[in-house]
Design a protein around this ligand. Structure first.
Ligand code: COA
Length: 532
């Protein structure tokens, strides 16, 4: 065993200050998560309950195996937009009859469970996760369909929801729809495209057009039940495979469907793992409030990997990036973690080599971000930093082992890409409340804009207004700062959630377990041309 030693001084003023800052950010996060939990608010929740219905998360809880975790994804979707936090949809991974499933549930207390542009993004992200990891998909349906005022944003791209359901089915990934209420018009294709369909008596309404529309179109007089009730679909149309007498019965039947799926994981469960030697509680005090101050990522690694056991690769070379091998909840992982913030040529080449090794050995990769990007300056340009950064990005792009990313601190510029940012399709990406991500830091960006404006004025022979410049810089800095924060980025679905650093090991363990449902093999070749 190569157990990491820790230099963290938990009695130091620095540790306490970092911890205080992190706790403050966690309290803010809690406030925002509470908004997602509150759904449409007291009035709509009471009305929903008054109709004898369960809330979205209560439905999920009854569906899951007792006392098993639910890894909720994208809970802050739509944060900072005009729509409710959570985007009227709950998505996540949970265990049903021993099978890890991807579960989505409309929240009917938020605008009738209608889908807005963020709900759509969130649903599509959930489908991607199900497809990549071969997780059966269970849709708990009760939705007013498209959010009508924003239909232009969702009608055309929204077709992908139904396309995905049938592609999952074609890939042999089971899809189950449980219909609790409204599932009309386009929404009717959720049960329509699912492998298994359960409908709740006198509650499910699944039709292409409701009674008023039918009256308008054909003049026929009809009612909800005859057009799309559970009983009609179970006895007459055959769209419902199972008829449930109430919501609980529907969830019980959904569990029975999953029990009979014969869905097998590609890999068996690993042997029980030893916990880290250091207290995960201490993860709160590692990242400084001021991200300009570097921190040692080994202190983080020591608190998330099995037995704090880490075999470092090339520890003396390219020391601003720590690379090495470990296990997390029994699953082998290769870790790339930024140490000093900046990525130089050596770090980039080391990363490319390490990623190739992980691919040769079929080992998933974990990227721990705290980078301000690739080094700039004539010395580094002449040394080939573009070629070397490209080498790392090439390796990340064409790597075929599953990737996990955690944004601990800074994740700026092309460093975000090289460290497997969102566009590089990590299987899962989470941020700590301390994270910040943007094209560059706010001060640098404001400074660059100011230099450009000054040069432009000089070129036109005009005087430069320094007072206005200071005001502009301050305004730009504030804007970029707010756009770099994890809640803002999570709201736009650029991550799968903002997590408490103390939960990192658990969250990554759940992700690794989900990942091992699908077989994977590293790229033995197939990288792009590496510029030497
Ligand atoms: N788009 C935007 N807002 C919607 C909506 C939609 N598709 N469906 C419902 N809402 C809003 C309602 O306007 C209402 O807002 P308000 O309380 O601020 O007035 C709120 O959501 C709750 O709707 P309400 O009708 O009071 O709830 P309900 O539980 O009694 O009925 C539905 C829910 C979904 C059955 C009903 O609202 C409905 O039929 N909506 C339209 C469905 C539709 O035709 N969708 C298009 C399909 S593509």
């Amino acid at each position: 065993m190569t157990v990491l030693s820790s230099q963290l001084d938990i009695a130091s003023p620095d540790f306490r200050a970092h911890r205080e800052t992190m706790l403050g950010k966690l309290a803010d996060l809690e406030t925002e998560h509470a908004k997602a939990l509150a759904g449409g608010g007291e009035k709509y929740v009471q009305r929903h309950r008054g109709r004898g219905k369960l809330l979205a998360r209560e439905r999920i809880e009854l569906l899951l195996d007792p006392d098993t975790p639910f890894l909720e994804l994208s809970p802050l979707a739509a944060w900072g937009s005009e729509y409710a936090v959570g985007a009227s949809l709950v998505t996540g991974i949970g265990v049903v009859e021993g099978v890890e499933c991807l579960i989505t549930a409309n929240d009917p207390t938020v605008r009738g469970g209608a889908s807005n542009p963020w709900s759509l993004k969130k649903a599509l992200r959930a489908n991607d996760i199900a497809l990549a990891n071969r997780l059966p998909c269970i849709s708990l349906v009760e939705s007013g369909g498209a959010d009508l005022p924003s239909q232009k944003e969702i009608f055309i791209p929204g077709g992908a929801i139904f396309r995905d359901l049938t592609r999952l089915s074609a890939a042999g990934i089971p899809t189950v729809a449980v219909v609790f209420g409204n599932s009309t018009a386009g929404g009717a294709y959720v049960p329509g495209m699912s492998d298994h369909v359960i409908m709740v008596k006198e509650r499910a309404k699944v039709f292409l057009g409701g009674p008023p529309l039918v009256k308008m179109a054909t003049g026929e007089e009809s009612d909800d039940e005859s057009l799309g009730g559970a009983e009609m679909h179970a006895r007459v149309s055959g769209l419902a495979d199972y008829f449930a007498v109430d919501e609980r019965d529907a969830l019980r039947q959904a569990r029975r469907v999953v029990a009979r799926l014969n869905h097998r994981k590609a890999y068996g469960d690993p042997a029980p793992a030893e916990p880290p030697k250091y207290d995960p509680e201490e993860l709160l005090g590692i990242v400084p409030g001021d991200l300009k101050i570097p921190f040692d990522p080994r202190e983080v690694i020591a608190r998330i990997v099995d037995g704090s056991d880490f075999d470092e690769f090339k520890p003396l070379y390219g020391t601003s990036l720590t690379t090495g091998w470990a296990a997390l909840h029994g699953y082998p992982v290769g870790i790339l973690a930024n140490a000093q913030g900046v990525l130089f040529s050596e770090e980039s080449q080391k990363a490319a080599q390490f990623i190739q090794l992980a691919n040769q050995r079929d080992i998933p990769l974990l990227f721990l971000h705290n980078t301000t990007g690739y080094m700039v300056g004539s010395r580094y340009e002449q040394g080939g930093i573009i070629k070397h950064g490209a080498m790392m990005i090439n390796a990340v792009s064409n790597s075929r082992v599953p990737h996990l990313s955690v944004l601990m601190g800074a994740s700026y510029g092309a460093g975000h890409y090289g460290m497997c940012g969102r566009a590089y399709d990590p299987r899962f990406l989470f941020a700590w409340p301390s994270a910040k991500s943007a094209v560059m830091g706010p001060q640098q960006l404001a400074g660059v804009l100011s230099i450009v404006a000054r040069q432009s004025a000089a070129a036109r022979g005009l005087p430069y207004d320094d007072e206005a410049d200071a005001g502009l810089r301050a305004m730009v800095e504030q804007q970029i700062e707010s756009e770099s924060l994890p809640m803002f980025l999570s709201g736009r679905l650029y991550d799968d959630g903002v997590i408490d650093p103390r939960d990192t090991r658990t969250v990554l363990g759940l992700c690794l377990s989900a990942i091992h449902t699908a077989p994977f093999e590293g790229a033995r070749g197939g990288f792009g041309v590496f510029r030497m």
